[in-house]
Design a protein around this ligand. Structure first.
Ligand SMILES: Nc1ncnc2c1ncn2[C@@H]1O[C@H](COP(=O)(O)OP(=O)(O)OP(=O)(O)O)[C@@H](O)[C@H]1O
Length: 154
């Protein structure tokens, strides 16, 4: 863990806490999810599904998975915005803790592009017999200029 500096908490779920971290050598930002509930079935499912989906264009990349302080940690691409942010605050809005403003309201091209990418990700999952089971605007992430969906499989 010395390799990464913990910057901030970005969210909490039923099984863990997600932090934004920065690699001390490259300066690259990642999301690090600590599974605080131990090795639950859901944890094993999440890790094995993300490993099976690695490399797909619109599913979040899991770069590493390791044990730190007896907790399972998953290192993922950091994707700063949720679909919910975009729906409620406009495209490109930053999370509230960064005190930023929306860049613009949702253009139709964003909706069309985004929907097509979500459909592609779901199709890629279904081909591999993986079902999402919790698709919500909070579980679909994007970054400005590059839409990327987070599919936490359950
Ligand atoms: N790769 C990521 N980049 C940026 N933020 C993330 C990333 N992964 C998760 N988050 C943020 O952390 C929050 C918690 O994620 P987590 O996977 O722990 O739970 P969840 O799937 O949202 O909820 P639950 O586990 O309760 O169903 C998310 O809602 C999201 O805001």
């Amino acid at each position: 863990m010395e390799k990464y500096r913990i910057d901030t908490v970005v969210g909490k779920g039923a099984y863990g806490t997600v932090y934004k971290v920065t690699c001390r050598t490259t300066g690259k930002e990642y999301a690090l999810k600590y599974h605080t509930q131990g090795v639950e079935d859901a944890t094993v499912r999440e890790i094995s599904c993300l490993a099976a989906l690695r490399g797909l264009p619109y599913v979040i990349d899991m770069h590493d998975c390791f044990v730190d302080n007896d907790k399972i940690a998953m290192l993922m691409a950091y994707v700063p915005y949720t679909l919910s942010d975009a729906i409620h605050n406009g495209y490109g809005v930053k999370p509230y803790y960064e005190q930023d403003r929306p860049l613009q309201y949702l253009p139709l091209s964003f909706v069309a592009h985004f929907s097509a990418q979500v459909a592609t990700a779901l199709s890629d999952m279904h081909i591999r017999n993986i079902v999402h089971r919790d698709l919500t605007p909070y579980n679909v992430l994007h970054s400005i200029g590059h839409i990327c969906n987070r599919f936490m499989t359950k």
